[in-house]
Design a protein around this ligand. Sequence first.
Ligand code: C5J
Length: 222
Amino acid sequence: MIKVDAARPFPFAFDPAKTALIVIDMQRDFVEPGGFGETLGNDVKRLQAIVPTTAALIDLCRNKGTEVIHTRECHRPDLSDLPRAKRDRGNPELRIGDTGPMGRILVAGEVGAEIIPALAPTDTERVIDKPGKGAFYATPLADHLSQRQITTLVLAGVTTEVCVQTTMREANDRGFDCLLIEDATESYFPAFKTATLDMIRAQGAIVGWTARFADLKAAWCG
Ligand code: C5J
């Protein structure tokens, strides 16, 4: 077992053989200048800042033989998995499925839906396309983790208070122990990130734990 003493709200112990890293939605449309996120008025530099740490986290897991799973928030080209309630939210001039700066917004196969090149999955890594905010909703993720006897999830990605938090809550309810890496997740809104980390750790890790990457690495690599 590895024990991350500096994790909050108290030390986090995990077995790397029963752990997977889930990197949430590090897609071009959310992270890159000129993408959907920026067209909505968001400062994507905040999200770009976590790329080096997220890359180092992925490398650490790859080197340790811990599975790396990537997710993408995207929909089928015919939008049959896009509920009206989701399509009707947001910017009325540019909605999911419309043609945006990087192709049809959040549609599978379009440039904007791809994971940024710096964090590209390897040929053998699992990529889960998800139509919701949470990675468990309408995806094969739960079955995949159960087949591999995974009990612990390390989480990274964007955005902290939307798809990362939703996935972590889904996982927590399914019985996984979850550790969110503080400097490998980000929000367009600093206050939302802070509030989400606080909520996760509240009441004795009601949703899970958080730790900085350096503390995870120090515990794992000695
Ligand atoms: C959002 C996400 N924020 N990946 N998606 O709509 O968090």
